[in-house]
Design a protein around this ligand. Structure first.
Ligand SMILES: [Zn+2]
Ligand SMILES: [Zn+2]
Length: 258
């Protein structure tokens, strides 16, 4: 539903910012519904139907990941008339300066407060576990989605630190989705740079890597070209996502397994 990150990219919608819509068999989970999530979901071909969603998950409460969370909860619950669905989010998205409105919470079946290295949280056919806490301005966790003997891991925004890659490697993900906001870090911010993403991929070695959540400088560098260079260098299938991109995990991982 969108591959943009950083305030400039999101504010100008150089890339959309609606997050990711995941399907595991019958189970559907919307991850990080940033600005435009509902509009992108409904205008997708074929449309992604919020009333079929089983859960909405926030990696953290920054606006580019959470802006449409209340809208999606309303849509998932048919405007609050059908109480259903699960919300998974860190405590600070719900408690201190919360982003989920109290009235919308009442529409949900269940709220799971994500903690560091916790779970599994069960949503339909999927088991979700969290990563080590990321170094980011607000409480942030990565997530591992385990279903039908495959693991899809999502590494959201955060600063590189010793131990980050090992924590993800322990889950041996088939697919690793990486938020690579910056090309180089000239301002010392809490985000991965392209060089650090390379380091993470070299350590985690997923079957398939997907880069997304690009800032301006990453877009200027041409993410497709960068992905190809990583693929050559590391010998790993590496994809730079574009808005509307669909990853067929079974096909992509199957092709690599031969
Ligand atoms: Zn972000
Ligand atoms: Zn953030």
């Amino acid at each position: 539903m969108g591959t943009g990150g950083a305030r400039f990219v999101v504010a100008r919608q150089f890339r959309a910012s609606g997050g990711m819509w995941m399907r595991f068999g019958q189970t559907q989970i919307h991850v990080d519904p940033g600005p435009g999530a509902l509009v992108r979901a409904l205008s997708n071909v074929p449309p992604c139907n919020p009333r079929k969603l089983d859960a909405v998950l926030l990696s953290h409460k920054h606006l580019d990941h959470s802006n449409d969370v209340n809208v999606m909860i309303e849509a998932m619950t048919s405007g609050g008339f059908r109480r259903r669905g699960t919300l998974l989010a860190p405590a600070d998205a719900l408690e201190f300066e919360p982003v989920v409105l109290p009235y919308a919470r009442k529409f949900l079946d269940r709220i799971e407060v994500l903690r560091e290295r916790s779970g599994p949280y069960r949503v339909g056919d999927v088991e979700i576990t969290t990563s080590v806490r990321h170094i980011h301005a607000v409480e942030t966790y990565g997530t591992h989605f385990r279903s039908e003997e495959k693991t899809i891991s999502y590494m959201p925004c955060g600063r590189y630190f010793e131990g980050l890659a090992q924590d993800y490697r322990a889950h041996d993900p088939d697919v690793l989705i990486l938020n690579v906001l910056r090309f180089e870090d000239r301002m010392d911010v809490d985000h991965l740079t392209f060089a650090q993403a390379r380091q993470v991929l070299a350590e985690v070695r997923p079957r398939v890597a997907v880069l997304q959540h690009f800032g301006t400088k990453m877009l200027e560098q041409d993410p497709q070209r960068l992905a190809r260079s990583l693929e050559d260098e590391l010998g790993l299938r590496t994809i730079a996502a574009e808005d509307g991109f669909i990853l067929d995990v079974d096909a992509e991982v199957g092709a690599i397994a031969g």
